[in-house]
Design a protein around this ligand. Structure first.
Ligand SMILES: [Zn+2]
Length: 305
């Protein structure tokens, strides 16, 4: 950990398939923020039960920054194990209640999670006490229009989810598909820039202290996206495909044209922004991901690096 955190706070840094898990301990009840991807749920539970985690102590509550599969995938498993509550941002709770698999980017993005129900709603502007610390919930739309970030003024810690990473932020929908997403992304960066932040705990990657530098990189990306909606589209599709490969571990290259034609999020983004035939889109994604070093082609299979 690069930045010292209050001792009741522990961050399990995970990967790109599973979000980080943040444990906030307190005699009033332990709280876990975000639970990773469903395929990693047994590992998340094991981390939670380890000596660095809770040991034999109970978990009172799960909190989610937003409701994408890499943040909520362990909710059902962990709730079953601990009989704990689940608190969701107010913008996300209705999607979970009606299990809107399109808005949640589940089957729409060919992603999975186990179903669960919320029992507490978190509202922007409200302050919550988790781990004996005050956390202000702040609206952070963009990557996810219902997302919240959590800010502790005492230690100047920001739990940023996928609204701000050390290098960028979670994928944003092109304006041709979701007109509000990119403007909201910029507005959220403005909101974060107005906070006095000493350390950021992002949804993915290590905690970091230079929030100003991260914001500068994020603003530069927003500006590049604002100038070119097709670039936003290609970026989103590459992120989605890489995520899928991390889940499956491999996919036949020959299956990719049918895949991008049948999975809704690929189909819609392509139709709105790129308008490529499926085999041309598949070829473009493979070429750019290989060039970026994110994936390799081995024996006619696409594998993540
Ligand atoms: Zn995420």
């Amino acid at each position: 950990m690069v930045a010292p955190l209050p001792r009741q706070m522990h961050v399990f840094v995970r990967d790109w398939l599973s979000s980080n898990n943040i444990l906030l301990k307190s005699p009033d009840g332990h709280v876990l923020i975000d639970t990773g991807y469903v395929r990693h749920a047994p590992l998340t539970l094991a981390l939670l039960r380890s000596q660095r985690g809770l040991g034999n102590a109970p978990l009172t509550k799960i909190v989610n920054t937003h409701c994408h599969s890499d943040h909520i995938g362990g909710n059902a498993t962990i709730q079953r194990a601990y009989n704990c509550g689940i608190a969701l941002p107010e913008g996300e709770a209705p999607l979970i209640a009606r299990w809107d698999t399109k808005a949640l980017w589940l089957d729409y993005a060919d992603q999975r999670t186990d179903r669960f129900a919320a029992d507490e709603i978190l509202c922007a502007g409200s302050t919550y006490i988790w781990g004996n610390l005050e956390w202000r919930a702040i609206m952070a739309p963009g990557h996810d229009m219902g997302a919240l970030v959590f800010y502790n003024p005492e230690y100047r810690i920001l739990i940023s989810g996928d609204a701000l990473w050390e290098n960028g932020f979670g994928l944003v929908m092109p304006r041709a598909v979701e007109p509000d997403a990119l403007p909201a992304t910029r507005a959220t960066l403005d909101t974060i820039a107005a906070l006095d932040v000493r350390v950021v705990i992002p949804g993915h990657g290590q905690a970091f202290t230079d929030a100003a530098a991260a914001l500068a990189r994020a603003y530069a990306r927003v500006a590049a996206f604002e100038a070119d909606d097709a670039r936003v589209a290609r970026h989103a599709l590459k992120v989605l495909l890489t995520f899928q490969l991390l889940d499956r571990q491999r996919m036949p290259v020959a299956d990719l044209p049918a895949y991008v034609e049948h999975v809704g999020m690929f189909r819609d983004i392509n139709a709105a922004c790129l308008r490529l035939p499926p085999d041309a889109l598949a070829e473009l994604l493979v070429r750019e991901l290989v060039r970026a070093g994110a994936v390799s082609v081995q024996d006619e299979f696409l594998v993540p690096n």
